[in-house]
Design a binder for this molecule. Structure first.
Ligand SMILES: [Zn+2]
Length: 337
């Protein structure tokens, strides 16, 4: 039996059935006209808005405040969260680094709206690692040892990312994928490099890629993440601002996003099998048995030719390509048994 989902309608003065649809809400809030999208619930009898769940009004007021902040150029909670993730810092230590009262950030998460000056300072911290470091040095005597140690370590990691495009790309894929093993990461990086030839015409990753037994490998990335083995990498820095992607262009990010939303749907082993069907890998393995180690360089010209020839320049084309390759793998296996 279906349990009916009911809500109380003030107009009908009764429990009623309702439907939910995304609407653009136009309102005045604190004297400002704002617009935002919200899944609005309406009574099926009279079309009045009803609270579809206990959290409905709370969620709507969050959407309202967030739209107001955006209209005023005030930093949003998502961006404040990103600052905390970027510098590995909690609400209170962040408030202290920024030179605010210790509970200021906590209050923002409870609904208080940052004053423009405070908002601007937080935005500066999100975009500019040097500003963060400067304020951290100025205010670190107010922090406890654990926070200081965590922040210092993170600033070292950010420094490494600042100077290295390959590390920026690896970090971006790690945070976008949410769960990615070292094996899958290597494949997604090599596929991104290939798709970037088809989409933008140039090389994405300057480092040498090698034709290892399990497919493409960038040795520096292998060394950096090998301790994770077959487990997902969990040390991504969840931020895309400032130095995090400073060496990657928007067009290049499009190529990487395309790879994440296509190849990224498959298991590490499947990605390895796909890489084993690609000419740039196969041609470096001539004379090797399946299990032989090999560190020959992948020929970038051959990658470029392969990805352009297979037209791997849109999500649609890539998805078709993956289906085709997986079909070939299946039929080959059926033949073997
Ligand atoms: Zn009604």
């Amino acid at each position: 039996m279906n349990k009916l989902n009911l809500a109380y309608c003030n107009e009908c003065e009764d429990l009623v059935e309702f439907s939910i649809q995304d609407e653009v809400v136009n309102e005045t809030y604190k004297g400002v006209r704002i617009r935002y999208e919200f899944p609005v619930a309406r009574c099926k009898c009279c079309n009045s808005e009803v609270a579809a769940s206990v959290d409905y009004n709370y969620e709507k007021s969050e959407a309202r405040i967030s739209a107001y902040k955006k209209s005023q150029g005030i930093i949003g909670l998502d961006e404040i969260t990103e600052i905390m993730e970027k510098y590995n810092v909690g609400k209170e230590p962040l408030a202290l680094v920024a030179g605010f009262g210790s509970v200021t950030i906590k209050r923002y998460f409870e609904g208080a709206i940052p004053a423009t000056e405070y908002s601007d300072r937080l935005k500066e911290l999100l975009d500019n690692e040097d500003s963060f470091e400067k304020l951290f040095e100025l205010n670190c005597d107010k922090l406890n040892d654990v926070s200081i140690k965590k922040i210092k370590q993170r600033l070292v990691e950010i420094d490494q990312i600042k100077a290295s495009k390959i590390n920026q790309i690896a970090n971006y894929i790690i945070i976008k994928m949410e769960e990615v093993t070292p094996l899958a990461l290597e494949k997604l990086m090599a596929f991104s490099n290939g798709v970037n030839y088809a989409l933008n015409g140039n090389r994405l990753i300057g480092e040498e890629c090698q034709a290892w037994q399990h497919g493409y490998v960038y040795p520096s990335i292998y060394v950096k993440y090998k301790k994770y083995g077959y487990k997902p990498i969990d040390n991504g820095i969840n931020s895309t601002h400032g130095a995090m992607l400073s060496l990657v262009s928007e067009d290049e990010i499009k190529a990487i996003d395309m790879v994440i939303s296509t190849f990224g749907l498959y298991s590490p082993k499947t990605l390895e099998m796909i890489s084993h069907r690609q000419e740039p890998w196969i041609e470096q393995r001539v004379g090797c048995k399946d299990t032989d180690p090999c560190n020959k360089s992948i020929d970038e010209e051959s990658v470029k030719e392969y990805y352009i020839k297979n037209r791997l320049d849109s999500e649609e084309n890539i998805s078709k390509y993956i289906s085709r390759v997986l079909g070939e793998i299946r039929s080959q296996r059926a033949f073997r048994f």
